[in-house]
Design a protein around this ligand. Structure first.
Ligand SMILES: *Cc1c(COP(=O)(O)O)cnc(C)c1O
Ligand SMILES: [Zn+2]
Length: 384
């Protein structure tokens, strides 16, 4: 099953035991990243075997953290469609436009991938109770995976989070605490409770494994393009789990010898009402400053200061990518446009990637010959 060897801090290199519960490196204020015995995986499995396995995220089990298959808690996450968006692509002048549709995941968003990995690994290590702050979809996913595993979830949510997120958490039997403030305020309350009650805090990047689940999106993209990578990936960035995860996946796939060619340019899309990554990218900074009065209907993008800011900015720069903000109006218009042309009813976060692609084509950053993947990270039905 898993070939995980240890965890490491990307800032100072210190290593940590993956057989124990780990959070983040406090001294560096950095996430921990999982490391695998790539040589042993190379010797034991080949990529075609992965392709022959039953669909879903866990067919990549060698590069996921759970050792005992009996500990995996799954709802069938992963392997959302990779669609060639011919009509939209022709219209915006990017014929090689694709949509990776994550809106078909359990609980209606790609948060399912991360929570499946994090809750399963913690389950293996004996954790029974979880806490998380959420702008919306992470709570729904945590509640569902906890329910499925017979575990307890406590969820701190801004009191103006979408009502559907409160409802899905409560339906799954989670405790929901509504907070006066944004996800950062919810995060502080969750961390206090984790410390006082002994619950595991599964906040974005405060534990190492949600990024591992989301990393598999990068593996699926590689496989979907015949073990090469597209030229550009446009990703709606809140905490950056998927962006950092996919960048990590590309490195692992290269070391496995499973992909050839160059890596994609990575693009972060944010909301103009909360764009700390865009601001830091443009100013040349290595970290983000907290965005004051963060406001956007794209709840997944309402993250004033991502904890993994250094890793996000590094991935954007190493890949020769960029960061761009779009307004809520542009997202909503793009969501209708995509639904009408492709039949994909995207979350505003996902639709934001189309709005970004249009702008990048207009500015000449995209020349129109690239293969470009838009990530629709959630189902639009959750936002009605
Ligand atoms: C959480 C979320 C995002 C942001 O994802 P990160 O990996 O945290 O950057 C984007 N879209 C939706 C629908 C989300 O729920
Ligand atoms: Zn460190």
């Amino acid at each position: 099953m898993s070939f995980i060897t240890h965890l490491a801090c990307p800032e100072c290199g210190q290593t940590f035991d993956a057989g124990k519960i780990q959070t983040f490196h406090v001294e560096c204020q950095s996430p921990l990243l999982a490391r695998y015995d790539v040589g042993a995986i190379r010797a034991k499995v080949d990529r075609d075997e992965i392709t022959r396995r039953p669909r879903g995220m866990w067919r990549w089990c060698e590069v996921l953290p759970v050792g005992d298959p009996a500990c995996v808690i799954t709802l069938g996450e992963g392997d959302g469609a990779l669609l060639h968006a011919r009509a939209s692509g022709a219209e915006i002048g990017v014929p090689g436009l694709f949509i990776k549709d994550e809106g078909t995941n359990p609980t209606g968003s790609f948060k399912a991938r991360g929570m499946a990995a994090a809750v399963s690994k913690a389950n293996e290590l004996g954790v029974r109770e979880f806490v998380a702050p959420t702008a919306g979809n992470a709570g729904g996913a945590l509640a569902a995976y906890a329910a499925r595993g017979g575990l307890r979830a406590h969820i701190f949510m801004p009191k103006d989070a979408p009502a559907v997120n409160v409802a899905e958490c409560r339906a799954a039997g989670a405790e929901v605490i509504l907070v006066d403030g944004l996800i950062d305020a919810a995060g502080r309350l969750a961390a206090d409770k984790a410390a006082s009650e002994g619950w595991l805090d599964v906040s974005t990047f405060k534990e190492p494994y949600r990024a591992e689940g989301k990393k598999i999106m990068g593996c699926e993209i590689a496989e979907g393009f015949g073990w090469q990578l597209p030229d550009v990936i446009i990703y709606p960035t809140g905490g950056g789990t998927g962006l950092v995860g996919m960048w990590k996946a590309f490195e692992e796939l290269e070391r496995l010898g499973w992909v050839s060619g160059s890596r994609p340019r990575m693009v972060s899309v944010q909301a103009s009402g909360c764009a700390p990554v865009v601001r830091a990218f443009e100013s040349g900074a290595e970290t983000c400053e907290s965005w004051p009065n963060a406001a956007t209907r794209a709840s997944g993008l309402r993250v004033p200061r991502p904890f993994a800011d250094r890793l996000i900015l590094r991935a954007l720069r190493e890949s020769k990518g960029t960061a761009i903000a779009v307004s809520d109006e542009e997202m909503i218009e793009a969501a209708h446009w995509l639904a009408a042309r492709e039949g994909v009813f995207a979350a505003p976060e996902g639709a934001a990637t189309l709005a970004a692609a249009r702008k990048l084509k207009a500015s000449g950053w995209l020349n129109g010959d690239e293969r470009v993947v838009l990530f629709n990270t959630g189902n639009g039905l959750k936002y009605l």
